[in-house]
Structure formats: C-alpha cells, structure tokens
Design a binder for this molecule. Structure first.
Ligand code: PMV
Length: 390
C-alpha cells in the first residue's frame, strides 16, 4: 500500500498489528450508504462543529460521485528520512436521522443511516511534550491545556487512555458541514478515538468506540443521546435507543435519499436545550409528541424491512409535522420539503437538530432522487444523493 505524505510517496505497511487491517469485514457496513452519493457543489463540506458555516454554492460545478473506502482504525508505518514512525488512521462517518430526532434524547427510538462521507483522523506520537489536534479545513491547531473546544475534546478522549502513553499529534480532515444535522462533531470524535485506539493498540468493537467517543461529544453538546456517535462508528441503517445496543435494520430495498442544506446553520446544543425548555413548560404536550414520533419510528423500521418506500415517505411527512409543532422547522426547510414533494418525493423532513441544517427527502428510485436533487440544488448550497441500506 502507498500513501502520499508531504508531496512524496512513502512505503507503508497497513493494518492493525502493523500488518493486517483489523475487522476487514466492516468494509461492507461502511459503504452501505454511499453507493451513490453526489455533491451538488464543489465547495468543501468542512465546517467547524462549534461555529458552523453553511457551504458556498457552486451551481455550475458538475456533481461529483463519492466513494469512501472502508477504513477500520489501522496502524501504518511511514518512512520519514531514515526512520520509520507509526501513524494511525481512522474514519468516522456522518449520519442522517431518518425519523426520531429529539425524542431519542428522552429514551425514545430513532431510525438512522450512516453516510459514506465523514472525517478522517491521523494520529502519531508528538515530537513535543504537548498533545495537539490540528483541524485542517479550519486551519485550527489546538493544544490540550487550552480552552479551545477541540483541545477539550481531545483531552476528554485521552483521559481514558493509558496513563503512561506518549504525547500525541492528531490531524483531522473533515468532509462534512458542521451545524447541519449530519453528525459532524460525532464523526470527528469517532475518527479521533479510532486513530488513537490504533496508535495505542486498544481493542474495541465499533459500537464500543461509538460509546467511548461520547466523551468528545459531551464537550460540544450538553446532552447527546449517543445516536450520532453510534452511527458514526457503526454505519448502515439502524434503530437506536439510548442505553441499549444498536439494532441493525435490514433494508429490503435501498432507500434513495436526497439531502439538501437549508443554508442556515444551527447549534445542536442550543436546539436540544430549547426543546428541554419547552418540555419543562409543557411536559404533556411535548411528551405526547415524542410518543407519537416513537410510534412513527417503529412503523418506519417495519416499512424499511418490508421495502415499502411509499409508507416510509408518509412517515417522513408525519414526523416533519410533529417536529414543526415543536418549533424545529424553518421557512427554508419547509420550502425545500415542498419542492421535493412537488418533484415526486415520497416524503420529506428535517434531519438532526433542525431549526436550520439539512432536510432529507425519500425518492422512489435513484434516478428520481437525482432529479429531485437537481431541483433542490437551485435553492440549496449543498445537495447529495445517498442510497441508504444499499
Ligand atoms: O444535529 P445533529 O446531527 O447533532 O443531530 C442531533 C440529534 C438530536 O436528536 C437532536 C440530539 C441527540 O443527541 O440525539
């Protein structure tokens, strides 16, 4: 295997224990959603998880097909001059919540799908005494000990790692917009955890890695349910319930999803807190909405298993109405949902925290999804097609 480093190619040995990639069977899980994933813009998807900026539109650029290689955490040995230095790499994927956001914070189920796009992290032993994290898209370098959120996140991850470890230098490449409902910060947390696990030869299953990386997520979100982290680590289509093992859902047919960014960014932490305030003031109303959403989620799981896309689309629409009732929709999201439905989408809704960020629409098939994406691209700075469960 060869990798490019500092504009020159170097020989590396690949895999856990320096020879064989760990858990190679994960390859299929990790590519389930990205069989067809197109970008409607050439702009970087990167955005700081804390202060997210929507991507800029480049409407004249042809959409690109994206394929993300399987990437279980792995250790490689990189030749630098006359020395060989171990370098560990891992990937954390983005996700969409198909149904069940917000209720999932209060113990209700959510149905989610992992994306093929996400975050790549690379870790190596640091040349200095400091633990450092570099977030390439934002040009941020943060040292543990500072109050920069990325440094606090890295510190939280390192706190559970061997106390006699060496200092680390971690770099992250982020290919997701932050504040968009696509689980950007969780994908970083999972990628960083994975890279450090490989560097320090820590064995974890993907699900354990998702759980562990909640340490990172808590720095960015006050009360994360854990769905983003579980999906970032495991992928596929799954039913998540807080505190319970992730339940893989077998899709009878791939789910042709169109994702469109509203161009408005939102802070998950603030939106989750806003819903908590509503619940405090009107517990019965909010809990009834969550009960209704939970019923939709359970039906949606059955629809996915039966390959009943029409029913699933209707469930998207019902979920959207309930989310709008919790003041989580915006005019822009409603506009994108309306356009998607007019173009033949079977259903459409916001995804993630809402109050901005992305919406998802379910299409009949991949060709229809591409047509709907093109219509949405006239109104959205970022559009994708993802075949979930493919
Ligand atoms: O906006 P995102 O991608 O972080 O998704 C948040 C999902 C919520 O259900 C609103 C919060 C959570 O922790 O589950």
């Amino acid at each position: 295997m060869r990798v490019e480093e500092s504009r020159r190619e170097v020989e590396v040995t690949s895999g856990h224990d320096a020879t064989t990639p760990r858990a190679p069977h994960r390859a299929t899980c990790e590519t389930q959603v990205e069989a067809s994933l197109r970008r409607g813009t050439s702009a970087s998807l990167g955005g700081h998880p804390d202060h997210a900026a929507p991507p800029t539109a480049h409407p004249h650029e042809a959409p690109a097909r994206h394929t993300i290689a399987a990437s279980s955490p792995r250790l490689v040995t990189v030749r630098r001059g006359s020395c060989y230095a171990p370098r560990a790499m891992a990937f954390g994927r983005g996700k969409v919540i198909l149904l069940g956001e917000h209720g999932v914070v209060y113990g209700h189920p959510a149905l989610a799908a992992g994306l093929g796009v996400g975050v790549h992290a690379t870790a190596r032993v640091s040349e200095s005494q400091d633990d450092v994290i570099v977030a390439r898209p934002w040009g941020v370098t943060a040292r543990v000990g500072s109050d920069e959120p990325l440094a606090l996140g890295l510190q939280a991850i390192l706190e559970g790692m061997p106390s006699d470890r060496q200092s680390v230098h971690v770099e992250v490449d982020v290919d997701l917009p932050g504040g968009a409902g696509l689980g950007c910060s969780a994908a970083i947390g999972v990628a960083v955890t994975g890279a450090l696990d490989a560097l320090f030869s820590i064995e974890r299953t993907d699900e354990e890695r998702g759980d562990y990386s909640l340490r990172w997520e808590r720095v960015f979100h006050g009360n994360p349910s854990g769905v983003d982290n579980a999906m970032a680590a495991v992928g596929g289509v799954a039913l998540f319930r807080r505190g319970q093992p992730l339940q893989t859902v077998r899709a009878k047919k791939p789910l042709p999803l169109v994702i469109a960014h509203s161009g408005e960014s939102s802070s998950t932490k603030e939106i989750v807190a806003m819903v908590a305030r509503q619940r405090e003031a009107e517990t019965q109303r909010v809990d009834e909405a969550f009960e209704a959403i939970a019923a939709l989620v359970n039906n949606a799981k059955l629809a996915v298993e039966a390959g009943d896309l029409k029913a699933l689309g209707q469930l998207f629409d019902l979920n959207q109405m309930l989310l709008a009732g919790l003041m989580l929709s915006t005019e822009k999201i409603e506009e994108l949902c309306r356009v998607a439905r007019e173009e033949g989408a079977l259903g459409a809704k916001l995804t993630g925290a809402g109050a901005g960020g992305c919406m998802i629409a379910l299409a009949k098939d991949e060709a229809d999804a591409e047509r709907i994406r093109e219509a949405l691209a006239k109104r959205s700075p970022l559009t994708l097609v993802a075949m979930a469960g493919a």
